[in-house]
Design a protein around this ligand. Structure first.
Ligand SMILES: [Zn+2]
Length: 685
C-alpha cells in the first residue's frame, strides 16, 4: 500500500491555493468534498512565495491551508516547490541558469530552468526541502512527498562540463580506456588529458542539417553523446536525490515520489525508480492517441518498480492546453481512462488541476472546478461521479498486482543509441517499434510487462526484444539461459549490434545474439518510405500464412542452425530468410529480419501465445480492453469498452460480483458505450 494512512484509492490532484485569495479556499474545499476528493497536491510552484530572500521563509499561508485540509479530512501530497526557483535567486546567482546546446545561457523564466549541476540550486532546493520536512513531519494531512516537478532539462555550461569530466573519470579507469570506448582514433579525436573533453553540443559533435527538405539531428560521436545523456539523466537524479535523502531522514515512513512522464526520452527512469518509494506519472494523451499506446505507458511506469502499484499523478479532467489541438475528453472518456490506469496498476487517480487558473499558459487547461466556479458543469459532475465510485471501492483493489507471462524489454540507453545512430535509416524510431509489438498483444488482451534488460526473466514465458541494438554485459547470457529453460524469445532486425559504448561487436551480426538466434546477418538494406518488400510464409503457423508487406530495414541473413519460417518475396534477396526459428535447449528463439505490417506481428504473436497457452482472460469483442489484477484469493477483471456502442460480453460460465454496480453477473453482461466493469471473483484455494 502506498501509505496505509489512507486505505482507499487516492483521488484528487494539483491545487494552487497561492494563486487564489483565501476567501475561495473554503469554497474549494466544499467542492472537493462534493467531488469525493481525498488528496490534494500542493504547493508545486510556490518557491517564490515560500522563500522571499536568502534566509527569509514564509510558511504561515501553507500552514493554514495544510490545517484546513486536515480539518476537512483531505490528505496532502506535499510538493517541495523546487521546479521553479524565485527570480531573486536567478538574479543573485546567475550561474544557476542553464546553457542550451547552442551555447546560449538562458535568462530567468519558464520552469525547470536551472542547471542541474549548479551548487546554489542544489543547496537552496535541499534547504527548502529540509525546512518543509521539519515543519510538516507530524502534520496530520501529510500523506506523500512530491519532489520537484517533471524533471528533464539538459545543460551545457562550464559547471556541467567540469562535472561531466568527473563523471567520466568514475566511469573509465583512465584516459586510454575512454579513448578506446569512444573510438577516438576516428577523425583524430584522441585526448591526452581529461580537461580536453567538452560536452557534445551543436558547437561540436551535434548538428542539424536538411536532407530532401527534412531537418534532421545527428551526432558525429555516438559514444560521447550517449555518455552525456547518461550524465544528464544522473545529474537531474542527483538533484532529486539531494531532496530525497534529507526528507527520508526526517520522515522515513512517508513515501516519496516525483512525477514522471511515461516514455520520456531524456531521463533513464529505470535508474530513477530505485529512488522512488512509489512511481507516479503524468498521462496526457490526445483523443487521437491509440488506447494501446496509452496502456503501454501505464505498463512501462508499472514496470519501473517490478509491478508495484503506481500513482496516476496528473491527467486532465477535460482538455490540455499545450497540444496543437486540445479536444475535450468526450462524456465518459475521463472516467474510462481513469479506470484504464487502475486496470494497469494505478492505486491513485489524480488530476492537473483542481481549480482552473485565470492567467498565463494553463488557463485553458481543464480542471475539476472550471472558470464558472461552481459544481454545475459537465466536467464536475463526471468527476464527482467517479469520486463516489472510487470511494465505494474502499480498499478492495488497492495493492493488487497484475500477472504477466509475456514481457517486452525496454531500455533507455538502447533508445538513445538507436536514435543517435548515423544510418541505416533516419526513420527508425525505437518506441514506435516497441509499440508495434505491445499493440499486437494489447489487441489480444494479453497482459504484458515492460522490463529492463537486467530484469528477472524467469517469471516469463515469452520475452520480446524489438530492436535490441545495444547488448549490455550479461544480457545475451541471461537470454540464453531463459530460452534454454524453455522460454520463447523474439528479437528483430537491428539487434545485438553494439556494446554499451556503441562499439560494434566484430565477427558478424547479430553479435552476441548470433548463437541464440542461429543466424548470421550479412548486410542491412534500408528502404525508402515508398519502397516495400514482402514476407512470404514458408511454414504456415496458426493464422500466419501467405504474403505480408514489410519495409524500413531488411537484414540479409544466413541460417546457422535456425530454420526459415518465412522468406523475402522481392528484390535481389528474394528467397532469403525473413523470419527464423532456432531451437535452443528447451526453448526457441525467433529473429524477424524486417519491419512487417502490423497484421503479421499480430498473427505471429498470437501463434506464439497460443503455443504457450497464453490467452485473454475473457473473449471480448474488438475495442474492449480486458486486464486482471490479483490480491490474495481474489481476481479482479477489468472490462473497458472503448467503443461508442453498447456490447455484450460473454463471461466464461463463471459467477462474478461487479464492483461498481454491486450486481452479480453470470453468463454474459451488457457493457454500455465507454462503460467499465470490475468483476470480482474468489479463486479456489
Ligand atoms: Zn550546467
Amino acid at each position: 500500500m502506498i501509505n496505509p494512512k489512507l486505505p482507499g484509492i487516492y483521488y484528487g490532484g494539483d491545487y494552487n491555493p497561492d494563486q487564489w485569495p483565501e476567501e475561495i479556499w473554503l469554497e474549494d474545499i466544499r467542492l472537493f468534498k462534493l467531488a469525493g476528493i481525498n488528496i490534494v497536491t500542493l504547493p508545486v510552484f510556490s518557491w517564490a512565495k515560500l522563500q522571499t530572500a536568502e534566509d527569509v521563509y514564509h510558511f504561515e499561508w501553507l500552514d493554514k491551508i495544510m490545517d484546513l485540509m486536515a480539518q476537512n479530512g483531505i490528505t496532502v501530497c506535499l510538493a517541495t516547490s523546487t521546479a521553479a526557483q524565485p527570480a531573486w535567486i536567478s538574479r543573485k546567482y546567475p550561474e544557476i541558469l542553464p546553457v542550451d546546446a547552442e551555447g546560449r545561457q538562458r535568462t530567468h523564466g519558464s520552469r525547470v530552468n536551472f542547471c542541474p549541476n549548479n551548487s546554489k540550486y542544489r543547496e537552496f532546493s535541499v534547504k527548502l526541502a529540509r525546512k518543509m520536512a521539519e515543519r510538516y513531519k507530524n502534520h496530520p494531512a501529510l500523506l506523500v512527498w512530491h519532489i520537484g516537478n517533471e524533471y528533464g532539462s539538459y545543460c551545457y555550461c562550464d559547471t556541467c562540463a567540469r562535472e561531466f569530466r568527473n563523471w567520466l573519470q568514475n566511469r573509465y579507469s583512465n584516459i586510454d580506456e575512454l579513448n578506446r570506448c569512444w573510438n577516438m582514433s576516428f577523425w583524430g579525436h584522441t585526448v591526452y588529458d581529461w580537461e580536453e573533453i567538452v560536452p557534445p553540443s551543436y558547437l561540436n559533435e551535434m548538428g542539424r542539417d536538411y536532407f530532401c527538405g527534412y531537418p534532421r539531428e545527428y551526432t558525429c560521436f555516438q559514444g560521447i553523446s550517449l555518455d552525456y545523456n547518461r550524465f544528464m539523466s544522473d545529474s537531474s537524479l542527483a538533484c532529486y536525490r539531494g531532496e530525497y535523502d534529507v526528507i527520508k531522514a526526517i520522515t522515513p515512513e512517508v513515501p516519496i515520489t516525483t512525477n514522471l512522464m511515461g516514455a520520456f526520452k531524456p531521463l533513464d527512469y529505470f535508474k530513477w525508480a530505485k529512488y522512488l518509494d512509489v512511481v507516479s506519472w503524468d498521462n496526457y494523451p490526445s483523443i487521437k492517441d491509440s488506447m494501446g499506446n496509452i496502456a503501454m505507458r501505464h505498463d512501462l511506469m508499472r514496470g519501473l518498480k517490478a509491478g508495484d502499484p503506481f500513482m496516476l499523478m496528473e491527467q486532465t479532467p477535460s482538455q490540455q492546453n499545450w497540444q496543437p489541438y486540445n479536444s475535450l475528453k468526450r462524456p465518459g472518456v475521463m472516467r474510462l481512462w481513469s479506470y484504464q490506469a487502475m486496470a494497469h496498476g494505478a492505486d491513485a487517480i489524480m488530476f492537473f488541476q483542481l481549480r482552473r487558473s485565470f492567467g498565463a499558459c494553463e488557463k485553458y487547461h481543464g480542471a475539476v472546478i472550471e472558470h464558472a466556479g461552481h459544481e454545475n458543469t459537465r466536467v464536475f459532475r463526471e468527476c464527482a461521479q467517479l469520486g463516489a465510485e472510487l470511494k465505494a471501492l474502499h480498499d478492495k483493489i488497492l495493492d493488487s498486482r497484475l500477472r504477466s507471462r509475456v514481457a517486452i524489454i525496454f531500455d533507455w540507453d538502447n533508445w538513445w543509441a538507436v536514435e543517435f545512430s548515423s544510418g541505416p535509416s533516419r526513420d527508425l524510431r525505437y518506441v514506435e517499434q516497441v509499440e508495434q509489438y505491445y499493440n499486437a498483444l494489447y489487441q489480444l488482451n494479453i497482459a504484458t510487462d515492460l522490463v529492463p534488460p537486467d530484469a528477472d526473466f524467469s517469471k516469463y514465458e515469452i520475452i520480446i526484444a524489438p530492436v535490441l541494438y545495444m547488448m549490455k554485459p550479461g544480457v545475451a547470457k541471461d537470454l540464453e539461459q531463459f530460452v534454454s529453460n524453455g522460454g520463447v524469445f523474439i528479437t528483430t532486425f537491428f539487434s545485438g549490434l553494439v556494446d554499451e559504448n556503441d562499439l560494434v561487436g566484430l565477427g558478424g551480426y547479430p553479435g552476441e545474439l548470433r548463437r541464440l538466434t542461429g543466424i548470421w546477418a550479412e548486410e542491412i538494406d534500408a528502404l525508402y518510405p515508398d519502397m516495400k518488400n514482402t514476407i512470404v510464409v514458408d511454414v504456415p503457423s496458426g493464422k500466419m500464412r501467405g504474403k505480408y508487406q514489410c519495409g524500413l530495414l531488411c537484414d540479409l541473413i544466413h541460417l546457422e542452425g535456425a530454420k526459415a519460417l518465412a522468406r523475402y518475396g522481392k528484390d535481389f534477396y528474394a528467397g532469403w530468410p525473413a523470419l527464423t526459428e532456432n531451437r535452443f535447449g528447451k526453448g526457441k528463439a525467433y529473429y524477424l529480419a524486417s519491419a512487417p505490417e502490423s497484421r503479421f506481428i499480430r498473427d505471429f504473436l498470437k501463434y506464439l501465445c497460443d503455443s504457450k497457452g497464453i490467452r485473454a482472460p475473457l473473449k471480448a469483442p474488438p475495442g474492449v480492453e480486458v486486464t486482471q489484477r490479483f490480491k490474495g484469493n481474489y481476481e479482479f477483471t477489468f472490462l473497458l469498452n472503448h467503443n461508442e456502442s453498447d456490447l455484450r460480453i460473454p463471461l466464461n460460465r463463471k459467477r462474478y460480483l461487479e464492483l461498481i454496480t454491486g450486481r452479480e453477473q453470470t453468463g454474459s453482461m451488457k457493457l454500455k458505450a465507454r462503460d467499465v466493469a470490475i468483476l470480482e471473483r474468489k479463486l479456489l484455494e
